[in-house]
Design a protein around this ligand. Structure first.
Ligand code: GLC
Ligand code: GLC
Length: 635
């Protein structure tokens, strides 16, 4: 049937859909798909029309048929998960959630090795495991797997797709949700789509953004920022035949052209395929970059949101329990725009992450307290993923206007933070490494492990251990899902061996991606070692969190401690059905700090301190030891 300017007639979709039903599909199964179709289709269609216009209805029909096929292929156990999560849609907001992230090869060799680590994940209390990209990728440099050559093949060095599906099942049996990346902004230059595109295959020619000369690249680059200037300046790389192709990240990562609805359909297919392997949550990589518009920054444009919402709607049809986590490491105003039950239900919290490090460096909490007050609240049905660091660099993405209100000059302050974290500031405890130091723009970010950034590589171990526990206590108590970079819980240090590998030497983020620190894990239960001091105390904080329902969800009320070094907030919630609040204090100074009796006078007389299990009086002045933490439950 030809499409017209007004698109296909409404009932056409329904008729076509009936023909997609396979004889083996049971009535109940098909009806559940139809019910979701009835609920979601008009949303999906209106999103599609806003992005592509009604002319693209034929492509939309294919997307819907793909979703119907994928649903019918979906294994029965995953349909069971769909049904049970529909009954408990807030499962990922629980205070029992704890995330971990690792590279399969670095942490365990391969997928088989990773299975053997499941008992440890249970010991730690993980309920969420993010495996860094594990798909087929270029051999030499693949940006740590973020250049994908096939979304349907696991890197053979790690295992097979069947191994991944089996692992997903085993993790689920241990109460651990599997998270993998959905790298949908770009593919590697070795992906078949990419090869066909540059060969001029009419089906794939428009899958990427290819220009005959510098005219359009120059025009775009007037307003687009450079992401990896050490790799190539600007956002384009030249092909062997002289043409230019859009590559926001590395020269071998080619941006997909989402103005072509076929690209949407193709990636939606890859997404549903992954979902059917048993992936619970997909990390939406580089969301800010997916839509380009001349004369703009080409980041976080309105269409980027429409596309994510359209992917979200496709999931509801084909893999209803799949959740999205947004990776928008951008200005806080933009980060929140991705967070919505109809877009991404989870999001990294890069502002909290950056400001935790800011507070450690300055020993002051004003920026962090301001962020908790103004930027913590997100829509119902969504959560922050709180972390102290990821596999990537730390960028100082706070709002300059809000910093100015506190008398902080954003530009100068970033320079200070960069100097501090790369140990170019007198008496800095931090041992970070600059990332993409750009003398032209003055931009720079920081790489390193949590322990090295917090001082464990410098000399005073006790202070470093206390700092590491303090920052983790914040991510464990502000709500949402705390996410550990595995190995940090035993205090792994920077790994400088990347400098000897030509494929990695130019990318300092590798300093923060050490191999499984076996020695440290071996001593983790001995509190006399650094690793053990961190692990046993962190493990205790994790246990306490899991017994503290007030720490679930995201509700947070700031508490002004009247002390510039001490962060305070309250986490109201329910305990056994009764209202209950946990009041949190964290001292970012290297010296003991007081909170006056006056400041505490609004709180009840006594409280249970959850970390020590001691009942305490709250009406005397309170002294916190350097980097000390308190979690007070007040009735
Ligand atoms: C994300 C990843 C980062 C990667 C980039 C390009 O930001 O976290 O590691 O370099 O996307 O895929
Ligand atoms: C992300 C961020 C950028 C970051 C990069 C690689 O997408 O937007 O700031 O540095 O990827 O780490």
């Amino acid at each position: 049937m030809p499409t017209t300017a007004s698109g296909l007639p409404d009932d056409h979709f329904q008729k076509q859909l009936l023909s997609a039903r396979r004889p083996a599909t049971s009535d109940a199964d098909w009806q559940s798909f139809e019910a979701r179709f009835d609920r979601e289709f008009s949303r999906l269609r209106s999103l599609f029309h806003r992005i592509y216009g009604p002319e693209a209805d034929a492509e939309l029909l294919q997307v819907v048929l793909d979703a119907a096929a994928s649903w019918q292929d979906r294994p029965a156990d995953l349909k069971g998960i769909d049904a049970s999560r529909a009954m408990t849609p807030d499962w990922f907001q629980s205070h029992r959630m704890l995330g971990g992230v690792c590279y399969v090869d670095l942490y365990a060799g391969n997928l088989a090795g990773l299975r053997e680590r499941i008992p440890y994940f249970r010991e730690l209390g993980l309920t969420y495991l993010h495996l860094m990209p594990l798909f087929a990728a270029p051999a030499e440099n693949s940006d740590g797997g973020y250049a994908v050559s096939s979304y349907r093949d696991v890197d053979p060095a790690l295992g097979t797709m069947d191994d991944l599906a089996a692992l997903a099942r085993e993790l689920r049996d241990s109460g651990i949700a599997l998270v993998v990346d959905f790298i949908f902004n770009h593919t590697s230059s070795e992906h078949t789509w990419a090869r066909k595109a540059i060969a001029g295959d009419p089906e794939y020619r428009d899958f990427y953004l290819i220009y005959p000369d510098r005219e359009m690249p120059d025009a775009y680059e007037r307003t687009v920022r450079e992401i990896f200037p050490d790799d190539h300046p600007g956002s384009f790389v030249q092909l062997e035949d002289g043409r230019w192709i859009w590559a926001s990240f590395h020269s071998f990562q080619w941006d997909l052209n989402y103005r072509n609805p076929r690209v949407f359909r193709a990636m939606a297919g890859e997404m549903l395929y992954l979902a059917n392997q048993g992936v619970d949550i997909i990390r939406m990589d580089a969301v800010a970059f997916i839509w380009k518009q001349l004369g703009t920054t080409c980041e976080s444009l309105p269409e980027a949101h429409l596309l994510l919402q359209a992917f979200n709607a496709v999931c509801r049809l084909g893999a209803p329990s799949l959740l999205f986590k947004s990776e928008a490491i951008v200005h806080p105003d933009e980060v929140v725009q991705y967070i919505d039950p109809g877009e991404c239900q989870l999001s990294y919290n890069p502002l909290q992450m950056a400001l935790i490090w800011n507070s450690l460096a300055t020993r002051e909490v004003s920026l962090l307290a301001q962020a908790l007050e103004r930027r913590h609240s997100i829509p119902a049905g969504t959560v922050w993923v709180n972390y102290v660091r990821s596999h990537d660099d730390i960028g100082w993405t706070f709002s300059d206007e809000e910093a100015a209100e506190l008398g902080v000059n954003g530009h100068d302050h970033r320079r200070f933070l960069n100097a501090f974290y790369v140990n170019r500031f007198p008496d800095s405890f931090a041992r970070g490494v600059p990332f993409q130091d750009n003398p032209r723009t003055g931009d720079c970010r920081i790489s390193g492990t949590a322990a090295s950034l917090a001082g464990l590589e410098a000399d005073d171990d006790a202070a470093a251990v206390a700092r590491i526990l303090l920052i983790h206590s914040i991510i464990l108590s502000t709500g949402g899902i705390p996410l550990l970079y595995l190995g940090d819980e035993v205090g792994q240090l920077n790994d400088y061996s990347y400098l000897a590998d030509p494929a990695k030497a130019g990318d300092s983020r590798w300093v923060g991606r050490p191999a499984y620190p076996a020695d440290r894990y071996a001593t983790r239960t001995d509190p006399g070692t650094d690793a053990g001091a961190i692990y046993t105390r962190l493990r205790h904080l994790i246990k306490v969190r899991k017994q503290t329902p007030e720490f679930g969800g995201g509700q947070l009320v700031p508490f002004n401690t009247n002390n510039p070094h001490v962060l305070g907030y309250q986490r109201p919630g329910l305990l056994d059905g009764e209202p209950s609040t946990v009041v949190v204090f964290g001292n970012f100074a290297d010296t003991p700090q007081k909170i006056t009796a006056d400041t505490l006078s609004g709180l009840p007389d006594t409280a249970l301190e959850l970390i020590t299990g001691e009942r305490c009086r709250l009406h005397a002045p309170l002294t916190l030891e350097p980097h000390g933490v308190r979690w007070y439950r007040t009735p």
